[in-house]
Design a binder for this molecule. Structure first.
Ligand SMILES: Nc1nc2c(ncn2[C@@H]2O[C@H](COP(=O)(O)OP(=O)(O)OP(=O)(O)O)[C@@H](O)[C@H]2O)c(=O)[nH]1
Ligand SMILES: [Mg+2]
Ligand SMILES: [Zn+2]
Length: 306
């Protein structure tokens, strides 16, 4: 039986889609693989796998190659259980829109913390610049850039920023994250029209709050790389964050760590280098204020509902 190496592009329970050389195979999972990993997803979007095609034409997954990274979220239905979003990722690309739905910079900061917890590179895309003056968003863009994140302004509608967006994804394995309706699927269609992903139609009768993309699907990019389109991700785990380590998930704060106390959390301590940097304008006030807000909330939180 010939063995084919491929990548999992969709997984609904036992129904798995594997991509190899422009062909999609509908695969089943061997029972032994299911038994091996009862507690976690034995096969997830982004997995590199080996499949065989039987004489009956049925493709089955023989082997899942080791994962180098895993992005999961708490299962909303089963307490304590995790749902794998995608694996083997290089970066989280956070998509937001200038309007419709409303721009929420605080939410982006929370997504950025999630990326830091997962040790994923992150970038921010501000889409729908055709609907507003990009100048309004510069203060946020500068804050994220000075924290080390790439920020791109795009419009899937008029094409601006699409070359930068494609370059951001090129040769990497990325997951898009962001609220429903910000234009995640539209941006992918705009850089690679043959994907032809379903997007929300502009119509008065279309149901509000209904996700157009309903499950995580990985798409191969013709210019190199993979990108997972997601339904607006609503919950992210925060298991790695505590009040004492929260500041380590703000890269610009770890750069200013010559505070008087080693365990300074940069709130009320004397001789705090972070507070000094906020006062001198080296750390953005908006990021610091968000840090304080999140610090306050952190005691009661296990996950974020976006
Ligand atoms: N004006 C404008 N509209 C856009 C732009 N990008 C997307 N849209 C519109 O925004 C709506 C939502 O776009 P989608 O691509 O379906 O959004 P999504 O983020 O994939 O949403 P979910 O799949 O529900 O998570 C559609 O009506 C798009 O036509 C843009 O740059 N400018
Ligand atoms: Mg979508
Ligand atoms: Zn400090």
């Amino acid at each position: 039986m010939p063995i084919i190496k491929g990548k999992v592009i969709a997984a609904f329970g036992k129904y798995i889609k594997v991509y190899h050389d422009t062909t999609e195979y509908n695969c089943t999972i061997r029972g032994k693989l299911l038994k091996k990993q009862l507690n976690s997803s034995p096969v997830a979007v982004g997995d590199n796998v080996e499949i065989s095609i039987g004489n009956d034409g049925i493709a089955s997954i023989e082997k899942v190659l080791p994962r180098r990274q895993l992005l999961s979220r708490p299962d909303i239905l089963v307490k304590g259980k995790k749902q794998v979003i995608a694996v083997n990722l290089d970066q989280l690309v956070i998509i937001t829109s200038t309007k419709d739905p409303q721009f929420k910079p605080g939410l982006i900061d929370r997504f950025l913390i999630c990326a830091e917890i997962e040790k994923l590179q992150a970038a921010v895309v501000i889409n729908k610049v055709d609907l507003a003056d990009p100048k309004e968003f510069l203060v946020y863009a500068e804050a994220w850039e000075s924290a080390g994140y790439r920020v791109i302004f795009t419009s899937a509608l008029n094409g601006s920023g699409l070359t930068e967006f494609a370059n951001l994804l090129k040769d990497k394995s990325s997951t898009l994250a962001g609220h429903s309706g910000v234009g995640k699927s539209s941006l992918l269609n705009a850089i690679q029209p043959q994907l032809n992903i379903r997007t929300k139609q502009i119509s008065k009768t279309s149901g509000k709050g209904v996700h157009t993309t309903t499950s995580v699907i990985m798409h191969p990019l013709t210019f190199g790389g993979w990108v997972a389109d997601t339904p607006g991700l609503k919950v992210f785990g925060l298991s790695g964050a505590t009040r004492s380590n929260l500041c380590t998930f703000f890269p610009e704060m770890t750069e200013h760590d010559d505070c008087r106390f080693n365990d300074c959390v940069h709130l009320n301590e004397p001789d705090c280098a972070v507070k000094a940097a906020v006062e001198s304008g080296n750390i953005s006030e908006f990021r610091y204020n968000n840090y304080k807000k999140i610090y306050e909330q952190l005691l009661d939180l296990k996950s974020w509902q976006f």
